[in-house]
Design a protein around this ligand. Sequence first.
Ligand SMILES: *[C@@H]1O[C@H](CO)[C@@H](O)[C@H](O)[C@H]1NC(C)=O
Ligand SMILES: *[C@@H]1O[C@H](CO)[C@@H](O)[C@H](O)[C@H]1NC(C)=O
Ligand SMILES: *[C@@H]1O[C@H](CO)[C@@H](O)[C@H](O)[C@H]1NC(C)=O
Ligand SMILES: *[C@@H]1O[C@H](CO)[C@@H](O)[C@H](O)[C@H]1NC(C)=O
Ligand SMILES: *[C@@H]1O[C@H](CO)[C@@H](O)[C@H](O)[C@H]1NC(C)=O
Ligand SMILES: *[C@@H]1O[C@H](CO)[C@@H](O)[C@H](O)[C@H]1NC(C)=O
Ligand SMILES: *[C@@H]1O[C@H](CO)[C@@H](O)[C@H](O)[C@H]1NC(C)=O
Ligand SMILES: *[C@@H]1O[C@H](CO)[C@@H](O)[C@H](O)[C@H]1NC(C)=O
Length: 476
Amino acid sequence: MKKTQDTLTRTSLSIWWFFILLRFHDAFALPIPEVLVSARSLYNSMSDLCACDEGRFARPHSVTITEFGAVGDGVTLNTHAFTNAIFYLNSFADKGGAQLYVPPGRWLTGSFRLISHLTLFLHKDAVILGSQEPSQWPVIDPLPSYGRGRELPGGNHMSLIYGENLTDVVITGENGTIDGQGAVWWDLYHNKSLDYTRPPLLELVNSEGIVISNLTFKDSPYWNIHPVYCKNVLVQNVTILAPRESPNTDGINPDSSTDVCIENCYISNGDDLISIKSGWDEYGIAYGQPSSNIIIRQIIGDTRASAGIAFGSEMSGGISDVYVDGLVVTHAKAGIRMKTSRGRGGYVKDIYISNVNISNTEWAIEFTSLYGDHPDENYDPDALPDVERIVIDNVQAWDVKRAGNFHGIQELPFRDILLNNVVINVTELTDVWNCSYVEGYSEYVEPEPCVELQTQGGSLEPSYADGSDDASFSDI
Ligand SMILES: *[C@@H]1O[C@H](CO)[C@@H](O)[C@H](O)[C@H]1NC(C)=O
Ligand SMILES: *[C@@H]1O[C@H](CO)[C@@H](O)[C@H](O)[C@H]1NC(C)=O
Ligand SMILES: *[C@@H]1O[C@H](CO)[C@@H](O)[C@H](O)[C@H]1NC(C)=O
Ligand SMILES: *[C@@H]1O[C@H](CO)[C@@H](O)[C@H](O)[C@H]1NC(C)=O
Ligand SMILES: *[C@@H]1O[C@H](CO)[C@@H](O)[C@H](O)[C@H]1NC(C)=O
Ligand SMILES: *[C@@H]1O[C@H](CO)[C@@H](O)[C@H](O)[C@H]1NC(C)=O
Ligand SMILES: *[C@@H]1O[C@H](CO)[C@@H](O)[C@H](O)[C@H]1NC(C)=O
Ligand SMILES: *[C@@H]1O[C@H](CO)[C@@H](O)[C@H](O)[C@H]1NC(C)=O
């Protein structure tokens, strides 16, 4: 393990000038250390995605929700107060925007819509409470890249806080709380009494210039934070809490979105901490809107189902250029997970995942093409997902049953999967790696990976395979 790091340090300066010019995917024609250097330098060049212009927080105008008749007693329904306040603030949109301030209190509301150039600011003791009456969450048309609600045919309930076609929106506070009171929805789900797909807590559609920061999201009915068809999204310093048993309470799901940074979040929930998506089968393919240029870093969490970081299962518009750096996950099904299926089409490529600690999971890493789960019978079984160029670098895992489960597709295997410095302490003795239709490379991996991940003689042949100390760059 140490050898790799030393060698990287020694070689990286001398070849820096060269790789800065390389696109990540070109680097896969090179030996392993150089792929890593290239990936890391591209990651560094992207980190301004996480910069936050605090000047944006200074809105020239501010109103308090009580000025619009809101009552923070946890009982009075304040949907009209939120709607009226936001309607009023629309007149400041072209004057630098405005802030809606939510003071201490428990502010019960149904779903409401945001506008552009708005800051929604919560006092630390402010709680926006979602109504426990599903009729207060109106049903809207399904997303075109899904073709129907994710759980049921037809539309889906609108998120508690919703925005469409917006620009420059800040949702923040001093760790104030947005509480979906989702238990009633989880019961409806469990007893199969839902008429439409459950609502997220916060959904932003086709919007750009979004900051979501310094808040706690609690007990969402369904996914917590869902930016879809968005650009320029920063999610920073957010806490997401839902019981581990709560169904599908995914933390943050960037979906057909680009230029996204998610950092410094604590997430404890009942499904993926973070899942990157881009539409579902024939609807996602037709809509064709990828997720790309995404940084995810400093994420800590635990969950019941699925993963710390997941790709898919809806990925039909494609996912690329995702950099994950610093993830600690416990109790999931897998630490790192790729979920896809025949019929999805699309691709997942140029992904770099580094510095991950995984414990108490079934698998450390799971990549499956057997996820199934189609919107209807009209998907094209010949639309194959293309999964390639995934780097998994510096992973420690313990108290996990098995190391890696990879099940690709015969006609289009998962390709160029690179594992570097991956140390997994497994508790089972059999099928520790389970690989089919996958091709890749590995360096300093324990336990020794399946042969499919030990490709020799390819363009990516490990440069230290002969045990020598020096990488040879003569063939670049
Ligand atoms: C958002 O933009 C789309 C496409 O232009 C349009 O169809 C839709 O009605 C807009 N939604 C709202 C709420 O303005
Ligand atoms: C995170 O949020 C808390 C509560 O608002 C705040 O005290 C802290 O300074 C924030 N940290 C960062 C890095 O923004
Ligand atoms: C924000 O509040 C949540 C819920 O009370 C708490 O768990 C978390 O530690 C707080 N975060 C910060 C940064 O203070
Ligand atoms: C399903 O759960 C909801 C919410 O708790 C409850 O109102 C309803 O009576 C339940 N229905 C059945 C059939 O159990
Ligand atoms: C979060 O809160 C901290 C402390 O109040 C503040 O310094 C920081 O600018 C806030 N960050 C964002 C992105 O809102
Ligand atoms: C993972 O755990 C090790 C100690 O076992 C620690 O040094 C490292 O910082 C941890 N990584 C992350 C991303 O927290
Ligand atoms: C692996 O796990 C076993 C059982 O929990 C433990 O005894 C051992 O110390 C661990 N080894 C490492 C290298 O963490
Ligand atoms: C290994 O994968 C095969 C399918 O490829 C599956 O049938 C088997 O159950 C897997 N083994 C484990 C331990 O999950």
